[in-house]
Design a protein around this ligand. Structure first.
Ligand SMILES: [Zn+2]
Length: 259
């Protein structure tokens, strides 16, 4: 075959191959574009999953990352914590016991439904004459709105007594001093310290509430990114979340050591 014809044939072949590749790639490109969308969806879904978790919309007894608190560490059975938090808590409780301090878990994880029962019971007990906002503010002195409690996260424990005074004398004071000195070595810190310059907004002081910060600090950082007042719905008085600015004032209104 003369070289010229060979060259023409070769060129034709190149054109045909290029066109075929182009035609073949067009649907692939389309498919790729489609693939990108699910990736965006996955990202949105992930954000949604983080949001649901932080808002306590799951059952801790069925969640794979949670473990049941053995009865001997608590005032009753049926409490759950994130596994890492429970491991650290056990170490802390054992160390405290050696020094004559008996730590008792009085409350641990409470999901949205649980918190909703607490909140609505308190809501019904409010004076009828109070405005919705004032009812909410009154309850918020000590209790969280469903969706906004740190107890949703599986990282929080309430210890021994729901009463600051108990921690100010005798056995309570000894326990409190022990925790203040040692808890941070096990990862625990108090989010609800005295209100003032350091912590101008949020719940009143709770000497019984301790947080496992290796997990709860990343969670509060996520909370800052994904939670908003508008998504707090589904219980009596939830419309006040926005008026009050619950996310900023309460969820983020914690001590420096917890953020
Ligand atoms: Zn608490």
């Amino acid at each position: 075959m003369p070289i010229k014809i060979k060259k023409v044939l070769l060129n034709t072949l190149i054109v045909v191959i290029t066109m075929s590749v182009f035609l073949l790639l067009t649907p692939i490109n389309k498919a790729f574009a489609k693939k990108v969308t699910p990736e965006f969806d996955a990202h949105t879904q992930e954000k949604q999953a983080v949001k649901s978790y932080l808002m306590g919309k799951f059952n801790p007894s069925k969640h794979p990352a949670f473990a049941k608190v053995p009865r001997k560490y608590a005032s009753r059975s049926g409490f759950y914590l994130r596994e890492e938090a429970l491991d650290a808590y056990k170490k802390m409780a054992k160390a405290a016991r050696k020094e004559g301090v008996k730590l008792i878990i009085r409350s641990a994880t409470r999901n949205f439904d649980y918190q909703k029962r607490i909140w609505e019971r308190k809501w019904r007990a409010q004076k009828k004459s109070r405005s919705a906002k004032n009812k909410a503010l009154h309850i918020l002195k000590l209790s969280s709105m469903p969706s906004t409690s740190r107890h949703h996260w599986g990282t929080e424990v309430d210890l021994n007594a729901f009463n600051n005074k108990w921690f100010e004398t005798g056995r309570g004071l000894k326990l409190y001093k022990w925790l203040t000195k040692n808890a941070e070595n096990y990862g625990f810190s108090r989010p609800y310290t005295q209100k003032g310059k350091q912590r101008p907004t949020g719940y009143n002081e709770e000497k019984w509430h301790w947080s496992y910060t290796p997990l709860s600090i990343p969670m509060i950082r996520d909370a800052r990114l994904v939670l908003n007042d508008a998504s707090i719905t589904g219980f009596s008085g939830s419309q006040t979340a926005k008026q009050i600015g619950v996310v900023k004032k309460y969820i983020l209104g914690v001590s420096q050591s917890c953020q």
